[in-house]
Design a protein around this ligand. Structure first.
Ligand SMILES: CC(C)(COP(=O)(O)OP(=O)(O)OC[C@H]1O[C@@H](n2cnc3c(N)ncnc32)[C@H](O)[C@@H]1OP(=O)(O)O)[C@@H](O)C(=O)NCCC(=O)NCCS
Length: 184
């Protein structure tokens, strides 16, 4: 049984605040995320985020993405409720200076065993803005299946945008794991 995700993913810890601001306070990161991701991303935002993670309940949902000991991004789950209690949405970001090195893909692959084995999820999904091919590619590389388009589902920066839904079920995960594709 997996207890926590492995590298490049680790727990958030105090001391991450400055690198978090350095990587998160960036329009190119914010523009592909929900508006609740702060902009500007201040030191106070980073302190609040890390404080909240340190007080997180037993079922940890948010993790730092680490490179050379520094928190350079984040990956986490938003758990569903009611009839979707064993579904979660996955979200992630990486500091722009480190894009294109496989970090997000490795981070998503690192949290999947935790999601399916420790959290005992039946389904993990992501909703990607239609103009975010890099994120779609991350999900495809990790073995997610493109399931459909939520037409005109979101408004970002005043512009209506569709969202592409990618999903992975527990049986998809079993197949990915058996094929070795989910192993970093
Ligand atoms: C999306 C994001 C997480 C990717 O992080 P990353 O560490 O660069 O991702 P990886 O290096 O693992 O993989 C990126 C893939 O996208 C590809 N890619 C990048 N830009 C692309 C583009 N414009 N069109 C098509 N593919 C693109 C890369 O070539 C790579 O694929 P490859 O390995 O087959 O060459 C990062 O760009 C980011 O943080 N963006 C802002 C936040 C965000 O979009 N979060 C996801 C919300 S759903």
């Amino acid at each position: 049984m997996v207890t926590l995700p492995g590298p490049p993913v680790r727990l958030w810890r105090s001391g991450d605040e400055e690198s978090l601001v350095r990587h998160a306070d960036n329009y190119a990161v914010w523009r592909s995320l929900r508006d609740r991701f702060p902009r500007p991303y201040t030191l106070d935002d980073a302190r609040r985020w890390i404080e909240a993670q340190l007080q997180a309940p037993e079922r940890l949902m948010n993790f730092a993405i680490e490179r050379h000991g520094e928190a350079v991004g984040g990956v986490g789950f938003i758990p569903g409720s009611d009839v979707e209690s064993r579904t979660a949405e996955i979200g992630y970001w990486v500091g722009q200076s480190l894009w294109g090195r496989g970090l997000a893909t490795a981070a998503v692959q690192a949290v999947l065993p935790y999601a399916f084995e420790r959290l005992e999820l039946l389904r993990v999904f992501a909703a990607v803005f239609e103009l975010n091919p890099a994120s779609a590619r991350v999900l495809e590389k990790a073995g997610f299946v493109r399931e459909g388009v939520l037409r005109d589902a979101a408004i970002k920066e005043g512009r209506v945008t569709s969202m592409i839904v990618y999903g992975m079920t527990l049986s998809d995960w079993d197949a990915v794991r058996r094929s070795g594709a989910g192993v970093v």
